[in-house]
Write a protein that binds this ligand. Structure first.
Ligand SMILES: Cc1cc2nc3c(=O)[nH]c(=O)nc-3n(C[C@H](O)[C@H](O)[C@H](O)COP(=O)(O)OP(=O)(O)OC[C@H]3O[C@@H](n4cnc5c(N)ncnc54)[C@H](O)[C@@H]3O)c2cc1C
Ligand code: SF4
Length: 479
């Protein structure tokens, strides 16, 4: 039912409905495994009640704030009237993975951050309801098959099987293109598989999505690094267009003495080895992690929270400390994840930064020298700059350190490919309207264009590239 056809609702009465929070598993239970912490999002009656908290406001700022513009009020209208499949399909009109985004979008700065109900009350739990209806459909009936246009006779290569690449693969395949996805990891999924832990996003959701794409006819060629195993020039010989969704995979380093000691890990290596079965990993990452009793995670974003929460789940670990150079107010990740980490027993050391790692004769880290910080004037990110306090240095004993300091793009592909323009950090330069790079027939999107960001923004930028590629290939057909 369109917005115009829906009857007016009694907004005052709806504003009186108390918020319905989802239940979490108790922390003492959930830190014993890597299962999701929400056993289920809602039962039907509670979900309908929560959907009724949506006041169906005409401007729907939540829709504008959602990077892919999901019709949130439309979906919730169907949900409150008991049509769960209709609600799920409303999300699926604009999203290829509502069960993922509903779980892991930072809703507080996107849809829920703009919810009018949230001005005076708790915003409608948009993300949890989205995940609930999408899960209901997927687990009871499977993902709905996509209709596919007749083959157009053109082939495209997608480089990178993360959210951006999967968006392009699915949408271009439904438009009749023959799609092959290349990825450097052994399995498709990008950071959904090789990054975000299972307790935040059940991996089965990702594998079900890949299976649907395979049914659509998408081919996956894994263990293939474009730029090394095959070049973009070679791909352009065999395909009519190429999409680059290679993410921003390089972990930032701290560049302080002792960073190469044993027992110090970069976040991605730690997360994949801590969360995935060895057979899903490349040969060189199959050795088990060696994690001691006292773990320190350096950094404060979502990845840092994933590292602390992975660590606290390892049976030998006794203490986990998140060391962050600013205060909690400046932390970049989701408040919900910090609160989950605190509930699970993670400690936080704010306004602190390690300046040196200290090792024993075997080259194993045993301690770190830290310095206390105070906040000065805001820097270019708008957050107050941390300044070391002279003479505040202290030693903290540790057995394992995880560096979670952000991600950079891999500049190699840009450097190796002629006429493929990149910014100085290696991000691809694209036309904002079409996603086209400077190299004819090559498009790009996701973190490889925006820098390390979000799943939903990767999907949004890939949608731009889908339109651009489709128009480019149509023109090529009729030339
Ligand atoms: C630990 C962690 C937690 C996160 N948590 C959240 C969260 O809670 N919410 C959220 O919205 N976002 C989160 N993110 C960010 C989110 O995962 C990314 O923004 C998103 O996955 C970007 O999608 P993408 O498709 O651009 O790139 P990616 O998901 O990084 O996928 C890129 C793919 O390209 C492949 N590739 C790279 N180079 C090559 C090459 N040369 N040849 C072939 N293949 C190549 C990679 O193997 C990878 O599979 C998190 C990220 C991390 C690391
Ligand atoms: S995709 Fe993300 S921002 Fe959009 S409605 Fe869903 S949870 Fe909100």
């Amino acid at each position: 039912m369109s917005k115009q056809q829906r009857p007016k609702v009694d907004r005052k009465a709806r504003l009186q409905i108390p918020p319905n929070n989802v239940k979490k598993r108790p922390p003492a239970e959930r830190i014993k495994d890597f299962e999701e912490i929400y056993p289920f999002f809602y039962d039907l009656e509670t979900a309908k009640l929560e959907a009724q908290r949506c006041i169906q406001c005409p401007g729907a700022p939540c829709v504008k704030a959602c990077p892919i513009h999901n019709d949130i009020p439309g979906a919730f209208w169907l949900l409150e009237h008991g049509d769960l499949i209709g609600a799920a399909n409303t999300f699926r009109k604009t999203s290829i993975m509502p069960e993922v985004c509903g779980r892991i979008c930072p809703q507080e700065i996107l849809c829920e951050g703009s919810c009018v109900v949230g001005k005076k009350n708790v915003p409608v739990h948009i993300g949890k309801l989205e995940a609930y209806v999408a899960d209901y459909q997927r687990t009871n009936f499977g993902l709905p098959p996509r209709e596919k246009a007749d083959p157009v006779g053109q082939k495209i290569a997608v480089v990178g099987a993360g959210p951006a690449g999967l968006e392009v693969a699915e949408e271009m395949s439904t438009r009749g293109y023959a799609v092959t996805v290349f990825d450097a990891w052994p399995e498709p999924g990008g950071l959904l598989l090789y990054g975000i832990p299972n307790f935040k996003l059940d991996k089965e959701i990702v594998t079900t999505k890949i299976a649907l794409l395979e049914e659509l006819g998408v081919k996956f060629t894994c263990n293939t690094k474009v730029g090394e195993d095959v070049t973009i020039d070679e791909l352009l010989d065999g395909y009519d267009a190429v999409f680059l969704g290679i993410g921003a995979p390089v972990c930032a380093s701290q560049n302080v003495p002792g960073e190469d000691l044993k027992g110090i890990y970069y976040a991605t290596d730690y997360l994949v080895r801590g969360n995935l079965a060895p057979e899903l990993l490349p040969e060189h990452q199959r050795t088990p992690l060696e994690v001691g009793k006292r773990v320190a995670v350096i950094g404060g974003g979502d990845t840092a929270m994933d590292c602390v929460r992975t660590s606290i789940r390892l049976p030998q670990v006794e203490t986990v400390t998140c060391v962050y150079r600013r205060t909690e107010k400046e932390m970049p990740g989701r408040a919900e994840e910090r609160s989950n980490a605190k509930e699970e027993g993670v400690q936080f050391e704010f306004l602190t930064v390690p300046v040196r790692y200290i090792g024993n004769d075997d080259g194993q880290v045993t301690a770190m020298e830290c310095v206390r910080m105070e906040l000065g004037e805001p820097d270019s990110s708008g957050r107050r700059r941390p300044i070391p306090i002279e003479g505040s240095n202290f030693i903290q004993e540790v057995d394992t350190v995880i560096l979670s300091l952000g991600y950079w793009p891999d500049p190699a592909l840009g450097e190796k490919t002629e006429n493929l323009q990149t910014h100085k950090w290696g991000l691809f330069v694209v036309d904002e309207e079409t996603g086209a790079t400077s190299r004819e027939g090559v498009f790009a999107g996701g973190d490889a264009v925006r820098g390390a960001d979000l799943v939903v923004t990767a999907l949004a930028s890939a949608k731009v590239a889908v339109k651009g590629m489709d128009a480019y290939l149509k023109a090529k057909r009729s030339a």
